[in-house]
Ligand binder design. Sequence first.
Ligand code: MG
Ligand code: MG
Length: 248
Amino acid sequence: MITIKSHSELDLMRRAGKIVAGTFDALRRAVKPGVTTKELDAIAYDYIRSHNATPSFLNYGGFPASICASINDTVIHGIPDDTKLCDGDIISLDIGACYKGFHGDSAKTFAVGKISADAQRLIDVTRQSFYEGVQFATRKNRVGDVSAAIGNYVEENGFSVVRDYTGHGVGRNLHEDPSVLNFGRPGHGPRLMAGMTIAVEPMVNAGDYGVYVEDDDWTVRTDDGSLSAHYEHTILITDGACEILTQL
Ligand code: MG
Ligand code: MG
């Protein structure tokens, strides 16, 4: 069931979104060679808790941390640990915060030190594919209009979109209807309505789109070992351009 949020619910979603955005601000400065993903997780936990929110991912389905930290060929759901970031790595951080019962969800991929031109292009295309998609995220369009724009842009640039994981509605629950695929056909899927809040999140592989889940049942990696990047915001559908909730 797709939920339409009331004005008061949207105010809480905006607060949750700002907290997520603030967490990214705190983490951006901390991402550098030598820092561990566990240290990044602690920064996020402290930031979210000090803003009267709770980390959406902590204990979600048994996930053991507040953020997902996914390095290089890890696509999503990397578990923070004692791994130190190295110069030349890319790291995708995925963050959720719940404020008074409503969630914000956002992800970004960061360069660690100096990265290759190819890695930077992957990050840039992934980010831009989100903006290509959300141009179509307006009332009366369909979810497939957003999906198709993302997938086409990624493929035009020689990369592939992950098929096995998708964006989603978000609100009182971290994952709600509808699913928001990162590929598809224009004119298909549920119609977008003002007051819907969805997380649009292209996951883009430099190589093939195939992925597998590691033995920890969380960590998702590319089959071919190629780099992967992620870009996500929680957005609000309106009568005009969408409102991005997870930015400052
Ligand atoms: Mg996310
Ligand atoms: Mg999400």
